[in-house]
Write a protein that binds this ligand. Structure first.
Ligand code: MG
Ligand code: ZN
Length: 494
């Protein structure tokens, strides 16, 4: 009977989803080909049965975790492999990304925006299955609202959660949670998280700047709506198990991974979030429908925009640790699907530059603070070989020292010309011009590692897709970013 049911389930899922069978899936996996043969009368019997829906739903993943590495084009995951390599072994170790690569995805937006997407259009495609213009948040090219996979998951009785390292109303999470004609309408998007109906049971990320305003205190309103609120990592351990939760940990985005008190804050927050969603599901005794989560390593993109290889690898490391935790979770909860991709590639990042056949990430591994914090220290202290060796963990050449000193002078002039210095650096991921000294520090690290960049923006290269857990093989091969949402809707029973 078990065999028949699994065969029927298989037939129904293939006809309703028009997807390939899966090899590493628990429910659909069959031991030999004869078991895959489905008698027509069995299919008809099942189709006519009231159990049809149950047969379908029991074969779907219970939990779905969508992970976006913002800006994480293919060079980032290759770079992380070499960055992560143990130099004392002869082989180059596989990374968690290597273990789960299933395919790739095109990222182009709606025709009006050409072929280079921004995070809003691409996240809208990933969240809704519809292509839109750059800047669009959960709306189509005509600015009509489009349902997101997260909204649909909530309607199916799943708990929902969003964990990001940007502000929670930034383009990627907003495209799963909101509908707005422009990503730039940050306050409107934040307001809509309450005004348009609360979509998630858990929000972790940054955003005091937008949620605690003079005209409106959304944190108070979330609390009035029954949410538990926390604003620091220490309080993660004491979240009441029965309440939805809003965790805002920074004014805008969280600190860069390498400078944060917890360099693996995405992994920490994701782990806590999953446990909390399970607690909520248990507390909600009516039905255990599982959960849908969006996890975003938001700041790979910010590192890419500022051509900062040091920060980029630290953000990748945080994401890798997050995925390693998810691997562990899926091992113990095989009814979970994890899909990982990027919305686009940032910075035109590549491994090797200027005709030299080399990429040398060892220099990056020894660095313990960001280029920006190194530059800040160099600005306030006298630039000496001893200080620079302490900061960079390698001794600088005379040329490099001269470069830093010259750019320190330029930076002093730049600072004098700024009317309100407190504003600078607050939104460092936005188009705030960087000080010359910060750029010089990054250029020294680029030269030492032979890192190449072609852009301060995005590029149109396809991005990798990784998947593991139940039905992960549906994400094999080349797909479009809209296909990812379409497949998720099917796997959510739509
Ligand atoms: Mg993003
Ligand atoms: Zn970007």
């Amino acid at each position: 009977m078990k065999l028949i049911l699994s065969a029927v389930t298989f037939a129904l899922l293939s006809s309703s989803c028009s997807m390939q069978s899966t090899e590493n899936d628990v429910t659909l996996n069959t031991k030999n080909n004869s078991e895959r043969h489905v008698e027509p009368h069995l299919v008809n019997m099942a189709k006519n049965s009231v159990n049809k829906r149950i047969a379908r739903t029991t074969s779907l993943p219970k939990n779905i975790i969508m992970v976006v590495g913002d800006g994480m084009g293919p060079a980032y995951t290759s770079a992380y492999r070499y960055y992560n390599d143990n130099p004392s072994t002869a082989t180059i170790e596989q990374t968690v990304f290597d273990r789960h690569l299933t395919g790739s995805s095109s990222t182009y937006p709606a025709a009006i925006s050409g072929v280079v997407t921004d995070s809003a259009a691409s996240a809208t495609a990933l969240a809704t299955g519809v292509k839109s213009y750059n800047g669009a948040i959960g709306v189509d090219a005509d600015k009509n609202k489009v349902q997101t996979v997260l909204e649909w998951a909530k309607l199916q009785g799943k708990k929902t959660g969003v964990v990001v390292t940007s502000q929670i109303n930034h383009a990627t999470p907003a495209s799963y949670l909101a509908h707005n004609e422009s990503r730039k309408n940050y306050n409107q998007i934040a307001d809509s998280y309450l005004d348009d109906g609360v979509q998630a049971d858990l929000y972790f990320g940054g955003g005091w700047h937008y949620f605690i305003r003079d005209d409106r205190n959304l944190v108070n309103e979330f609390q009035q709506a029954g949410f538990h609120y926390l604003d620091n990592y220490q309080d993660l351990a004491t979240i009441p198990k029965n309440k939805p939760v809003l965790g805002l940990f920074a004014d805008v985005g969280l600190p860069a991974a390498i400078d944060d008190s917890d360099p693996q804050r995405l992994a920490t927050l994701s782990k806590r979030a999953i446990h909390h969603l399970i607690d909520l599901q248990k507390h909600d005794q009516a039905k255990d429908n599982g959960f849908f989560m969006l996890i975003e390593a938001s700041q790979i993109d910010w590192a890419g925009h500022s051509n900062d290889i040091n920060n980029a690898m630290a953000e990748m490391d945080d994401l890798a640790k997050t995925l390693e935790y998810l691997e562990h979770f899926v091992k113990h909860h095989p009814d979970t699907l994890v899909v990982v991709t990027a919305d686009h590639s940032t910075g035109g990042f590549t491994l090797g530059a200027k005709g030299k056949y080399a990429w040398q990430p060892a220099v990056l591994k020894s660095l313990t603070s960001s280029a920006h914090s190194i530059a800040n220290t160099l600005y306030t202290q006298k630039i000496t070989p001893a200080l620079t060796e302490k900061l960079f963990k390698f001794s600088l050449t005379d040329d490099e020292l001269t470069l830093l000193k010259a750019n320190k002078k330029i930076t002093a002039d730049q600072k004098k010309s700024i009317v309100n210095p407190t504003k600078v650096g607050k939104h460092k991921h936005l188009a705030v011009p960087e000080f010359a000294l910060q750029l010089a520090v990054k250029r020294i690290i680029d030269q030492r590692s032979n890192t190449g960049w072609t852009s301060g923006g995005h590029t149109a290269v396809d991005v990798p897709v990784f998947a593991f857990g139940k039905h992960s093989s549906h994400f094999n091969g080349l797909q479009d970013n809209t296909d990812i949402a379409k497949k998720l809707f099917k796997l959510l029973g739509k």
